[in-house]
Structure formats: C-alpha cells, structure tokens
Design a protein around this ligand. Sequence first.
Ligand SMILES: [Cu+2]
Length: 168
Amino acid sequence: MVLLSLGQGATIAHPIHMHGHTFEVLKMVFPEVTNNGKFVFTEDIKCSDTHSNKQSQCNHAKWRNASWNNYNNIPGINLINSVRKDSIVVPYGGYVIIRIVASNPGMWFLHCHIDKHMVEGMALMLNEAWEHQKRYIPKGLPTCHSYLKTRSGVVSELSEEENRSKGM
Ligand SMILES: [Cu+2]
C-alpha cells in the first residue's frame, strides 16, 4: 500500500493510523528541502497522464518508473528488517510504502488522525476476508457509491433496489 501527500491538494503531512494490524514500513520518502526552505516534491510518483503533479488532484497516481509495479524493483525498499508500526506520518511532498499480512478478518478503519481530515473523508475501511464476516455488517451501512439522500428531513440510505435502478 502506497500512502502519499502529493498533488494540488497536498498541504500538510498526515498521521495515518490503521486498526486491526501493525504494518511494515518498507520505504519512506521525504521531499527535498532547498537552502531557502522550499520543498521539492518527489517525482517518483506521476499523479496524472494529463496534468503536472502540482496541477493534478493525484487521483490516478502511478509509479513514474513502471518497473516499480513489481515492488522488488523499487530502489531502497526494505523487505528484510522493516520497522513495524500502527501509525505513520505520510510526509508532505512524499510517500510511504507499507504492507500488512491480511490474516485478520474484519472491517478495519484506516484513517488520518487529524480529526478534521478524517471527517472530511480521509478514511477508509479495509475489507479483509469479507466472505468470513459479511454477516456481521450492520444493515444499512453506507458503502462506496451508496449515496445518501434526504427524505422528509431524515437522512437515510438508498435501498438496494433504488441503488440498482440508478445503476449504482
Ligand atoms: Cu490528514
């Protein structure tokens, strides 16, 4: 898993916390800082095919060097004696590579620990071994693309049929 703070929306470092696991930190990349205090963001990651990293929201990030899709090729990656943590600061203008052993079935929260960022959406649920625990998911729990709508002032989830009819 690659966590980054790059692109147009990058303004700060993010302390990212994972529930249910510790993770290995395989690589951590910081921006260069010039003598006059300017940050030079890493170019290891290409945020977009059509925009520069500074102009992009970085929603289509990929390695600039495609051979790095095989993580064994990433220079400086530590696959032997990596540090194990459950929180990591993702550097402003940089990135971290982490990995877990996915052996703990559950829906695990992964989020920025700056509360404002978390409530704005910098959070996700790791859906691990879904087949073993989907019966425990609360009825009506919103999922990706199950958009909420207001009915008579009450916010409620669209039913599965409504989602299907809207192609969601
Ligand atoms: Cu944050």
